[in-house]
Design a protein around this ligand. Structure first.
Ligand code: ADP
Ligand code: ASP
Ligand code: MG
Length: 423
């Protein structure tokens, strides 16, 4: 008898019919003798609807007090889901109880809209499991030290599920979604994308951090830190398929690298349309200038991603970096009002129509020429590269947003990701 955590995403919980099917699937696992904890998301579209309502009443930039209310509003979507799923299970004759994040409690810090889980008290959940109940816990939310409801950032139910699995030392955490696993790239953009039977934890971490929204990055971090066995699979298979078959389907995140020695150089392609580029022009090329520009940005709690500094002309240089699009206006204002006067920069310009495309693979460590194949492929398509950043297992480029799909498709082909894998 194992302790299993299931997570169901928004589409999987999208209607009462879908919720009934989730309940039937969970009931099947209960009948097979497992103790079950289920973490659902809000019904599809619900979080967007709630956030849009809030925006109607507060269209301006939200301050701390407003963000606190935003979380109180957004967290309700998941509360509806857990109650409905508990009812659906009870209707199947399966004892079930729902808990909101604060009832568990799932404790977080106070960073409203992007809170981090700090501790999970497992006593209540264990007592319910001992009493033979399926325990259903809201995804996406927790409670801060002041007793306020927080949310964990978009896609945060993945993180709730993995964190709960880690706290309970569950035997496995299964992430049920609307695709049947992790693919070489988003199958909605490249229909030829292939499902990966396994992906290493490091590659999954890169894919998630570079924009593949199939798993929220923090969920992958948790899985790595606590070694939570993690699998991504579909909630759209018939609920009554044999449990052994279901337990082996999808994509397994692996922690042992040598399991994958035979793998391709590049395993996947990720893309991200959420960034914007800012260039500070004509700054004096002298020690300390990067700090003079990025120090105030960091102090304003704005995360910076790709950074480049150009060669200098006549003692002056241009300095470019990317930030999240949500922080774009704020960063631009900060640079124009504070940084430009302090550094003597001639101009600050920005561009929101950019995207970042990345190739990822632990095989890149032992192969040279991978990045140059990437650059050649893009040049053959006439796509200009604006910025480049590399690490051991990834290379990312910033390009014009309008070429994103073309870039992803041609790279997918160039690295033979659509080719069937040799047995
Ligand atoms: P859920 O609501 O179940 O959490 P998400 O929409 O958050 O689902 O994540 C699943 C989606 O992630 C898929 O529908 C797919 O379009 C997208 N996706 C992006 N990159 C990948 C990838 N490499 N493999 C699989 N799906 C991906
Ligand atoms: N409902 C939340 C969102 O839409 C959390 C999640 O789905 O993971 O972002
Ligand atoms: Mg998701």
């Amino acid at each position: 008898m194992a302790l299993i955590v299931h997570k169901y995403g928004g589409t999987s919980m999208g209607s009462t019919e879908r919720i009934r099917s989730v309940a039937q699937r969970v009931a099947k696992w209960v009948r097979a003798g497992h103790r079950m904890v289920v973490v659902p998301s809000a019904m599809s579209g619900e979080t967007n609807r709630l956030l849009a309502l809030a925006k109607e009443l507060q269209p301006a930039r939200m301050d701390a007090a407003a963000l606190r209310e935003l979380d109180a509003i957004a967290a309700t979507g998941e509360q509806v889901s857990v109650g409905l799923l508990a009812l659906a299970l009870q209707a199947q004759g399966v004892p079930a109880v729902s808990h909101a994040g604060w009832q568990v409690p799932i404790e977080t810090d106070s960073a409203f809209t992007k809170a981090r889980i700090t501790r999970i008290d497992d006593a209540r959940v264990r007592a319910d499991l001992e009493a033979g109940r399926v325990v259903i816990i809201t995804g996406f939310q927790g409670i801060d030290p002041d007793g306020r409801v927080t949310t964990l950032g978009r896609g945060g139910s993945d993180t709730s599920a993995v964190a709960v699995a880690a706290a309970l030392k569950a035997d496995e955490c299964l992430i049920y979604t609307d695709v049947d696993g992790v693919y070489t790239t988003d199958p909605r953009i490249v229909p030829e994308a292939r499902r990966l039977a396994t992906i290493s934890f490091e590659e999954m971490l890169e894919m998630a951090s570079l924009g593949s929204k199939v798993l929220q990055i923090r969920s992958v971090e948790f899985a790595g830190k606590y070694r939570v066995p993690l699998r991504v699979l579909s909630s759209f298979t018939p609920w009554d398929i044999p449990i052994d078959e279901e337990a082996r389907s999808g994509t397994l995140i692996t922690f042992e690298e040598d399991e994958k020695m035979e793998q391709a150089v590049v395993s996947g392609i990720a893309f991200n349309r959420d960034e914007a580029k800012i260039t500070v022009m004509g700054v004096p090329d002298k020690p300390g200038v990067a700090f003079q520009i990025l120090g105030p940005v960091a102090d304003a709690n704005i995360d910076v991603d790709v950074i480049i500094q150009n060669v200098s002309h006549d003692g002056r240089t241009d300095f470019s970096f990317t930030v999240h699009r949500n922080d774009y206006v704020r960063t631009l204002e900060l640079l124009k009002s504070k940084v430009a006067p302090a550094t003597g920069a001639t101009q600050v310009v920005g561009d929101t129509r950019i995207c970042k495309v990345s190739i990822v693979g632990i095989g890149m460590r032992s192969h040279v020429g991978v990045a140059s194949r990437m650059f050649r492929t893009l040049s053959e398509e006439g796509i200009n590269i604006q910025m480049i950043t590399t690490s051991e297992i990834k290379t990312s480029v910033v390009i014009d947003e309008k070429y994103m799909e073309l870039a992803v498709r041609s790279l997918h082909k160039a690295f033979e990701l659509d080719a069937p894998v040799a047995a």
